[in-house]
Design a protein around this ligand. Structure first.
Ligand code: PLP
Length: 384
C-alpha cells in the first residue's frame, strides 16, 4: 500500500526554470534576481509594503523580535497552541515567553485571555514588548480584535503566518495586520523553497533594519565594520528560484486543500459530533491541514492514529501546547477563565492527510479508515 502522507512538497514544474537560471548565470550565492523577484512576488500577493526573504520562518521570527529591540528581561506574549518555532526565538533574544490560551472557534489566541494578560501586565507595570499570534493550520485568528487590543496597549503585534499564506479576512492577507508578519516555506508548508521564510511589514524602515541585522549587521563603509551582533539569515538565490515557481500556483494549492477539507467535513457528517476550526465571518482559511477533535481524549485519539498508521496513512496529534512542554514548564500561562482550551484541543485533536496532490481515491481511503476507527471506538464504549 502506498503511504498517504500528511503534507509533502507539491512542485509546479516551473521551479526548474528559475533554479536553472540561477545555476547557469552562476548566481548561486545569497541574494540575486530570484530573491528580489520572490520578495516582489510575496509583496504583490500579500499586499505587504516590504518583504525580506530569510533562511527559515524561525529566522524571520527571530529577526522580528531583534528588530523590535526585544531583549533580556522583556516579556513576549505568545499563543500556547502552536509549533515550538513560534516561541523559541523569544528565548534566543533572552526574553521570557508568557503563554496565552486559545478560544474554541478558531483554536487561535483568545482575545479575552489576551486582554486579561494585558491587564495583569499593566498592573505589574511591565507590558510585553511584543505579542505573537498564530493562524493555526491556516485558519484565521480573531486578528482584528487581537490587533485592537495590542493597539490599545501600544504593543507591537507579530503575526506568525507560517501556516497561513493565502488565508484572508475581509480580503486582507494574514501576515499584514501586525507590525511584522512571517511566512514559512519549509517542506511541508502550503508552498516551499525546500527551506525558507519571509518577513513582511508595512514599514519599509523596519524591513531595512531587519535586512541589516540579517546580513551580519555590516556598517556601510568600505571595510568590514560592525557595531552590533547580527545574523546570517538571508535566503539563497537557488531556494528563491523554487519559491518563484511555487508562488505561481499558490491559489491552486489553497483551492485543493480547501476542497480536501470540505470533503472530510461532508464525509464525517453524522458519524458523531466533530469539532473543526471555524472560519470567522469574512475569512477564508487555506486549510493547510485539516484538524478535528475526536471525543474521548488522548487514548482514543492515539488509537485512531495507530489504526491509520496500520493502513499506511499518516496522521498526527494537534501541536502540543507550549505550556505543557517541559522546556517551557516555568513560564506563565494565561487563560480566559478556568478552562484550559488549548490542552483540550491537544488531547482530542488530530490532523488528517491534507497534501494538495492527494487523489480522490486516497482521500476516500482515509475517510473510510477514519470512519471505521471511530465506529470501533463507539462499539468499545458501548461494551464498556
Ligand atoms: C513551520 C512553522 C514555523 C517555522 O518555520 P520554519 O521555516 O520551519 O523555520 C513557525 N511557526 C509555525 C506555526 C510553523 O508551523
Amino acid at each position: 500500500m502506498k503511504r498517504i502522507p500528511l503534507s509533502i512538497p507539491h512542485l509546479s514544474g516551473q521551479e526548474i526554470q528559475y533554479v536553472t537560471e540561477a545555476l547557469e548565470t552562476n548566481w548561486v550565492a545569497p541574494l540575486g534576481p530570484n530573491v528580489e523577484a520572490f520578495e516582489a512576488g510575496i509583496r504583490a500577493y500579500s499586499g505587504a509594503e516590504a518583504a525580506l526573504a530569510t533562511s527559515s520562518g524561525t529566522a524571520a521570527i527571530h529577526l522580528a523580535l531583534a528588530t523590535l529591540g526585544v531583549t533580556v528581561g522583556d516579556d513576549v506574549f505568545c499563543q500556547s497552541l502552536t509549533f515550538i518555532a513560534s516561541t523559541n526565538p523569544i528565548r534566543y533574544v533572552g526574553a521570557r515567553p508568557v503563554l496565552i490560551d486559545s478560544e474554541p472557534d478558531t483554536w487561535n489566541m483568545s482575545p479575552a485571555a489576551l486582554r486579561r494578560a494585558m491587564i495583569q501586565a499593566a498592573t505589574r507595570g511591565q507590558l510585553p514588548k511584543a505579542v505573537i499570534v498564530v493562524h493555526l493550520y491556516g485558519v484565521v485568528a480573531k486578528i482584528e480584535e487581537l490587533a485592537a487590543i495590542c493597539e490599545e496597549y501600544d504593543v507591537p503585534l507579530i503575526e506568525d503566518a507560517a501556516e497561513s499564506l493565502g488565508s484572508t479576512i475581509n480580503g486582507r492577507m494574514t501576515g499584514t495586520f501586525g507590525t511584522f508578519g512571517i511566512y514559512s516555506f519549509n517542506g511541508n508548508k502550503i508552498i516551499t523553497t525546500s527551506s525558507g521564510g519571509m518577513l513582511v511589514s508595512s514599514d519599509t524602515g523596519l524591513i531595512e533594519r531587519a535586512f541589516y541585522l540579517a546580513t551580519q549587521a555590516r556598517q556601510p563603509v568600505l571595510h568590514y565594520e560592525h557595531t552590533e551582533v547580527g545574523f546570517n539569515y538571508r535566503m539563497s538565490n537557488v531556494s528563491a528560484g523554487i519559491g518563484r515557481g511555487q508562488l505561481e500556483v499558490i491559489e491552486d494549492r489553497v483551492k485543493a486543500r480547501r476542497t480536501i477539507f470540505n470533503r472530510y467535513v461532508r464525509a464525517f457528517d453524522g458519524v458523531e459530533a466533530r469539532h473543526y476550526q471555524q472560519e470567522i465571518t469574512g475569512s477564508r482559511a487555506n486549510r493547510w491541514l485539516t484538524a478535528l477533535t475526536v471525543p474521548g481524549g488522548m487514548e482514543q485519539r492515539d488509537q485512531l492514529i495507530q489504526q491509520l498508521q496500520q493502513k499506511n496513512i499518516e496522521s498526527r496529534p494537534v501541536w502540543k501546547p507550549m505550556h505543557l512542554q517541559p522546556v517551557y514548564r516555568d513560564v506563565p500561562y494565561i487563560t480566559a477563565n478556568d478552562m484550559d482550551v488549548s490542552r483540550r484541543l491537544f488531547e482530542e485533536g488530530i490532523c488528517l492527510p491534507s497534501a494538495s496532490q492527494m487523489t480522490f481515491t486516497e482521500q476516500a481511503l482515509v475517510i473510510r479508515s477514519v470512519r471505521q476507527g471511530l465506529i470501533e471506538d463507539v462499539r468499545r464504549n458501548v461494551q464498556l
